[in-house]
Ligand binder design. Structure first.
Ligand code: C5P
Length: 288
């Protein structure tokens, strides 16, 4: 039985600050997150027995590990107190994986929304976000979407006004940065250039795109290994190509630039595509 197909949009971190390590092994975060129009698709079918996950788009699943999708499905049916039926999930991957764009978390969030519609339509959204948080720290935000201040592990969300209308060029160089490795490099160092998160929130409240752009900041950029120098070269290229400002998203290595004009952004995306195949033109997107 076909249960539907849902968009799974990427997220960007307009500001990313790490306040310090926590006793549970995670880090205390303070992030301003925004959903964007770059998205992939998740479909769900009830069929057969057990859980299966199929992808197209040349994406390889980590071998031998229970996928985030299966973990989320198990948590969901445990929370609703009924056995999991046979489920087949299909991913149409478009968002570069392991890029800091929340692609995996977005897929899980879309799957959770599909399961809620099919099996627990009365479930409040905060409960769905809580279930998502059992699978990954960015999943609660991806369930909610729009613009949020994300604190705690990333699961304590406060709604914010969205990024004012603009154009965004997202560019991913051809290497990945494992998130846990980057977090491990954070401990014990003092960041030089922390985001002005309060200023970013006020800029969003004022709908002031220039003030938002001037406050893009991500402390992970300070702990990138030397092999990731391409990140800074892409940031520079984006500025030369007319971006108001640019920053890395999440634990990278995807970089994004904010543009006022669609034409300038489209030209910048074309120019970057010559060297970086995974370059996309996007816009801010609202709550899901
Ligand atoms: O929550 P998630 O599974 O996405 O996190 C992946 C890894 O990133 C964690 O195992 C941890 O090493 C690190 N992490 C962290 N602090 C956070 C989120 C993630 O240290 N707030």
């Amino acid at each position: 039985m076909e249960l539907g197909r849902r968009a799974a949009p990427a997220k960007l971190n307009l500001a990313l600050d790490i306040l310090g390590p926590r006793p549970d092994g995670y880090h205390e975060m303070r992030m301003v997150m925004q959903t964007v129009s770059l998205c992939e698709w998740v479909s769900l079918q009830e069929e057969g027995e057990g859980f299966s996950l199929e992808t197209e788009g040349g994406f390889c699943l980590p071998p031998g590990k229970k996928t985030m999708e299966q973990q989320a499905a198990e948590s969901f049916f445990q929370a609703v107190g009924r056995p999991m039926p046979g489920l087949a999930v299909r991913l149409e991957k478009r968002i570069p994986a392991y890029a800091g764009l929340g692609g995996g978390s977005a897929d899980v969030a879309a799957l959770l929304r599909l399961m809620r519609e099919a099996y627990a339509p009365g479930m409040p959204l905060p409960e769905l976000e809580r279930i998502g948080g059992l699978t990954g720290s960015d999943v609660p935000f991806c369930v909610r979407g729009g613009a949020c201040l994300a604190e705690g592990r990333g699961e304590v969300l406060t709604d914010l006004p969205p990024l004012p209308p603009c154009w965004i060029v997202v560019c991913k160089p051809d290497f990945g940065v494992p998130t846990p490795e980057l977090f491990a490099r954070v401990d014990g160092i003092g960041f030089r250039d922390r985001p002005d998160t309060g200023g970013m929130i006020r800029a969003l409240e004022a709908g002031d795109l220039a003030a938002v752009a001037s406050r893009l900041r991500n402390v992970f950029e300070e702990v990138l290994p030397p092999s990731c120098g391409e990140v800074f070269r892409i940031k520079e290229r984006l500025l030369v190509l007319g971006a108001m400002n640019a920053a890395m998203s999440g634990s990278g290595p995807a970089v994004f630039g904010i543009f006022q004009s669609r034409d300038t952004a489209a030209e910048a995306a074309e120019a970057l595509k010559a060297r970086y195949a995974q370059t996309f033109l996007a816009e801010p997107a609202g709550r899901l």
